[in-house]
Design a protein around this ligand. Structure first.
Ligand code: GDP
Length: 315
């Protein structure tokens, strides 16, 4: 069983490639929930949705998030009623949210509702939110005229478009968060753990900050590999370049490798950063140079193939 730790957009592209070269039933994906947002009476888990929609083949590749062939009637109507419109949710997306809402109102946990949603979408991999408890990624920013203030991640990223200077990142509720059912066993039994090309600060770190997940990953004897989300000193998309400096981490492949060096065996860096391979090796992590830009389905598969080859050819 492969276990992947995942955020949303970058992770879902990689995972789509992975299920092209690896038995989807032999894959468990543990997904960040720190970005979750309650809006319009719905409980939205953007990273889970990105992974589910892409693996189900219904994701929108141009926008990167949400569903393809979307229409926006519900959101536009809500806005006409004076409700906030800054958080994009299309009609098809809202249908899935309503389905999940019904399940959760009936008493299912987020992880149980996710399993049911995956079943309905015909996904054969196991997808598990990192926790059923509430964890909120909070960003402390310097706001003009107001000084330092802590805001929610979606408010920072989607509503304010990451324009504020970031002073700190916190995961509210993390210390008491329990790993969702199935996670600990999956990591213990894993033949390898993959850290997807996801935002290190707000996608991978919250997963690893769930106490039992961190301990179990650290203790797991299987090989662990991380795929860079940074190419040539910049994220391919998203705001990792604004967040990593708040932790004193360089926005580079070697910066991310250093963050994970304590527990990973391999780090996949882009060909454009091949010059950093020696520095990554000096961290005690074996560098793997590959083409990591996933700008087509074949590029996604090739990257996934490179990861699988490293994991199983060398062990
Ligand atoms: P989010 O929660 O939706 O932001 O999703 P992720 O954390 O999974 O994805 C964002 C991260 O994925 C960013 O840091 C991107 O640089 C990275 N990413 C997106 N597309 C690619 C790609 O094609 N190749 C690589 N190597 N990283 C990517």
């Amino acid at each position: 069983m492969l276990v992947a730790l995942a955020g949303g957009v970058g992770a879902s592209k990689f995972l789509r490639g992975l299920v092209g070269v690896w038995d989807p039933e032999d894959l468990t994906v543990i997904v960040n929930t720190g970005d979750d947002i309650r809006i319009h009476g719905l409980y939205v888990s953007p990273d889970l949705d990105s992974v589910i929609y892409r693996l189900a083949g219904v994701g929108d590749d141009e926008r990167g998030w949400g569903r393809a062939d979307e229409t926006w009637n519900v959101l536009n109507t809500l806005v006409s009623l004076g409700e906030p419109g800054w958080y994009g949710l299309g009609d098809r997306d809202i249908a899935a949210q309503l389905f999940k809402k019904r399940l959760m109102t009936a008493g299912l946990s987020l992880s149980e509702a996710t399993t049911e949603l995956c079943k309905r979408f015909g996904i054969s991999s196991t997808i598990i939110p990192m926790t059923d408890d509430i964890v909120e990624t909070r960003i402390e920013v310097a706001l003009p005229m107001r000084g330092a203030e802590e805001i929610g991640f979606q408010e920072y990223w989607v509503e304010r478009k990451a324009r504020d200077r970031v002073k700190a990142i916190r995961f509210r509720g993390i210390d008491s968060a329990r790993a969702a059912p199935g996670i600990v066993d999956a990591i213990r039994d894993a033949s390898a753990v993959i850290l997807c090309p996801s935002n290190p600060a707000v996608s991978i770190s919250p997963i690893l900050a769930v106490p039992l997940i961190r301990e179990t990953v650290m203790a797991a004897r299987c090989p662990k590999i991380s795929v860079t989300p940074i190419i040539a000193g910049a994220p391919v998309l998203g705001m990792a370049d604004k967040l990593l400096p708040a932790w004193g981490i360089e926005v580079s492949a070697r910066g991310v490798a250093k963050l994970y060096a304590e527990f990973i065996d391999y780090f996949v860096l882009d060909e454009a950063d091949a010059i950093q391979a020696d520095e990554i090796a000096a961290l005690g992590v074996e560098p793997v140079v590959a083409r990591t830009l996933m700008n087509s389905p074949s590029a996604e598969r090739a990257l996934a193939r490179a990861v699988v080859d490293v994991l199983f050819a060398r062990h």
